[in-house]
Design a protein around this ligand. Structure first.
Ligand code: GLY
Length: 384
């Protein structure tokens, strides 16, 4: 192995579930240490690592397979009994029970047993669907997250939320199922196109806005380095964001309270995502949702107009939209969509507001009229 491909761990966090250490997030600059990390999950038996008697099934998508499939196959050959690869079509529209059924068929055909393990290699869709297949196949088998996008590295790979979309509902069917390990190769972010990188950045900014003003300010100070994907700054950013997410999911693993803060920007964000028929990326919609939520926070006199405008404008520097123009849907449709959001199916709108920069809370007083007003504020009506 050459010096360049040798793994370089630069950080590690241990995540507890129900107050007991449950899994590590290991931060690396390559995939080189993945085999060693997987082997560490298994005990030695008669001088042999037990993984040698287990099968691994990597689940990835058609985009990620092209980027990293070969490298991962080469690295992992020989560490387990048999290595299988299941490649799903890329895209949110495939995050369905049909894809899960197809995965089950594949696992059955390959005789994957309860002692074997799945490896999710990819972004949020791959992680969520693999986690759900792992949670439900044979009543639950182990899985590992290998997130390759910014969004999945800082958000979706941590905390054990797994699932799929169902009919008009996003993430409606799922389970909490903790990974055995999250292996985060920050160098993989170099492969992301600008839109995907920006989309993930919306979740990073969300972490600062809801929990940590200093982090938010650090992001602004380092905006050029982040934009240029300066490796050292990206390492620090991914690590800091994961630390925020880890603390939240440890306190409230199954979203009885505080974890809902992570939904800041997501109620309206999901409404826009659906109204746009998923033509806008998740993070783009989250950015717009954060702006609308900051606007409502200002309407409730919780933050000043200057703070609202600052939050809105700083998304521009990170190539995220702050307005909706040339769209073929209305603010009313977006608000209607928020009603079919799974967070609101019980009837009460639980909305996340800011009571200052770096501090969010759960509010149940936001009216439909205010939602409409905040979404209208995002829309630029073009002259005929
Ligand atoms: N992405 C929100 C959560 O993990 O709770």
């Amino acid at each position: 192995m050459s010096e360049e491909t040798k793994g370089t761990e630069f950080g590690r966090l241990s995540v507890s579930y129900q107050k007991k250490p449950c899994y590590d997030i290991v931060f690396e600059n390559s995939f080189a240490n993945l085999p060693a990390e997987l082997l560490k999950l298994y005990p030695e038996e008669n001088g042999e690592n037990l993984l040698k008697k287990r099968n691994l099934c990597v689940i990835t998508d058609s985009n990620v397979d092209v980027l990293f499939g070969r490298e991962i196959k080469e690295l992992m050959q020989g560490i387990c009994k048999e290595l299988f690869f299941y490649v799903m079509p890329a895209g949110e529209e495939h995050k369905t029970l049909e894809t899960v059924s197809d995965i089950y068929r594949f696992l059955i055909a390959k005789n994957i047993t309860r002692k074997d393990m799945l490896v999710a290699l990819g972004g949020g869709v791959v992680g969520d669907i693999t986690g759900f297949a792992a949670a439900s196949y044979l009543r639950g088998i182990d899985f590992v997250q290998v997130p390759t996008t910014l969004l999945s590295q800082v958000d979706s790979s941590i905390g054990g939320k797994t699932g799929v979309d169902f009919e008009q509902y996003k993430n409606m069917v799922g389970a909490f199922h903790m990974p055995r390990l999250v292996y985060t190769n920050v160098s993989a972010l170099k492969e992301l196109d600008e839109k995907q990188f920006a989309s993930g950045f919306a979740e990073v900014m969300k972490h600062g806005l809801i929990k940590d003003r200093k982090y938010y300010e650090w992001l602004l100070e380092n905006m050029y380095e982040i934009d240029e994907r300066d490796h050292t700054i990206l390492q620090e950013m991914v690590y800091k964001s994961c630390m925020i997410k880890k603390k939240v999911v440890e306190k409230d693993p199954t979203e009885q309270g505080e974890r809902a803060l992570l939904n800041f920007g997501h109620t309206i964000g999901h409404g826009i995502e659906k109204a746009s028929n998923f033509t806008l990326l998740h993070g783009e919609c989250v950015a717009l949702g954060c702006i609308a939520a900051a606007h409502i926070s200002h309407m409730h006199d919780l933050i000043g107009e200057d703070e609202y405008l600052e939050i809105r404008d700083m998304f521009v520097a990170f190539h995220l939209p702050i307005t909706l123009r040339g769209i073929d849907f209305t603010a009313k449709e977006v608000v209607e969509n928020t009603k079919s959001d799974k967070k609101n199916v019980s009837g009460t709108l639980r909305f996340i507001l800011l009571n200052k920069l770096g501090k969010a809370f759960i509010d149940e007083t936001v009216s439909e009229k205010e939602l409409l007003q905040a979404v209208e504020e995002l829309i630029i009506h073009e002259e005929a």
